[in-house]
Design a binder for this molecule. Structure first.
Ligand SMILES: [Mn+2]
Length: 282
């Protein structure tokens, strides 16, 4: 074995590449150390809402995309389902780019035969649907708090305390409460039941969770803005939520490995993602 964790399926979403303060090193390390036959990218992978002045793109972000392209080249089945922050790609549905399939949603059959509806989920977010303005305001506040939180994180690290996320707290307060989360899970599972699926795998609300709602499986794969979470299916069809939190030395080593590998590649591979995104958006 290559020391990597191998799954039948991995479900990942809400990376928000391009946004400041996301867990890009952790995500890169995760992708470097985890493989699957099929990978679903369930939306908000790049964040087109922060394009322009606030665009923040580091080498880890670049390596994350390269890692995906390498996986696709080696035969991993990658399905990209755009979300609301990367909705420019929704117009590309039913096409494929570098072996990565783009779809509006998907149906995944587990190895033991359960049929799961795979989607980002923003259409079931009543808060979002009724007010893009409020959602944007909430987004700006969370961004501001992430900035303010940086010295706090630095200080807590110095004195040996665990990191504590002001932004995560604010997001919880802003998106409401467990009640909002419950409503979201109820709405999406109700629709899944109507459509005859055994369950649903979605993202969007940045809260990894599994539960049964009226007998329908509700899987939320979480996010890589605050938490580092994914939903995975083992070869026997068992699903679980993974919280990725290796020691920081491991993350560093895996990111270094990715950058060394990249230096072997031709320099003609350099990505101009903001340019591509501007084009997609227009
Ligand atoms: Mn979303």
């Amino acid at each position: 074995m290559d020391g990597k964790a191998h799954y039948r399926t991995m479900f990942l979403s809400d990376w928000h590449l391009g946004m400041k303060g996301i867990k890009s090193s952790e995500l890169l390390a995760f992708l470097e150390s985890h493989d699957a036959e099929t990978i679903y990218l369930i939306g908000d992978i790049v964040d087109q809402w922060v394009l322009g002045r606030k665009w923040s793109w580091n080498t880890d972000c670049d390596h994350i995309l390269r890692n995906l392209l390498e996986k696709a080249e080696r035969g991993t089945n990658i399905i990209y389902i755009p979300g609301n922050h990367d909705d420019g790609f929704r117009a590309w549905a039913n096409t494929s780019v570098n072996g990565i399939k783009i779809q509006k949603d998907a149906v995944h059959t587990t190895s033991d035969g359960r049929r799961l509806w795979v989607l980002h989920g923003d259409e079931f977010d009543l808060f979002m649907r009724h007010s893009r303005f409020l959602a944007n305001l909430g987004h700006s506040i969370v961004q501001l708090l992430m900035k303010l939180n940086r010295p706090v994180t630095w200080f807590r690290k110095r004195v040996g305390l665990r990191p504590w996320s002001l932004a995560a707290m604010a997001r919880r307060a802003f998106q409401g409460s467990s009640k909002t989360y419950r409503r979201f899970a109820t709405a999406v599972t109700e629709e899944a039941m109507k459509l005859g699926y055994d369950g649903v795998v979605c993202g969007h609300i940045h809260k990894a969770e599994f539960k049964l709602v009226n007998g329908i499986e509700y899987w939320n794969d979480g996010d890589w803005v605050d938490s580092c979470t994914a939903a995975v299916e083992s070869m026997d069809g068992t699903m679980q939520i993974v919280h990725y939190q290796p020691p920081s030395e491991t993350i560093k080593a895996l990111c270094e490995r990715a950058s060394i590998r990249e230096s072997d590649l031709a320099s003609s591979h350099v990505l101009n993602l903001p340019g591509i995104l501007e084009e997609v958006a227009s």
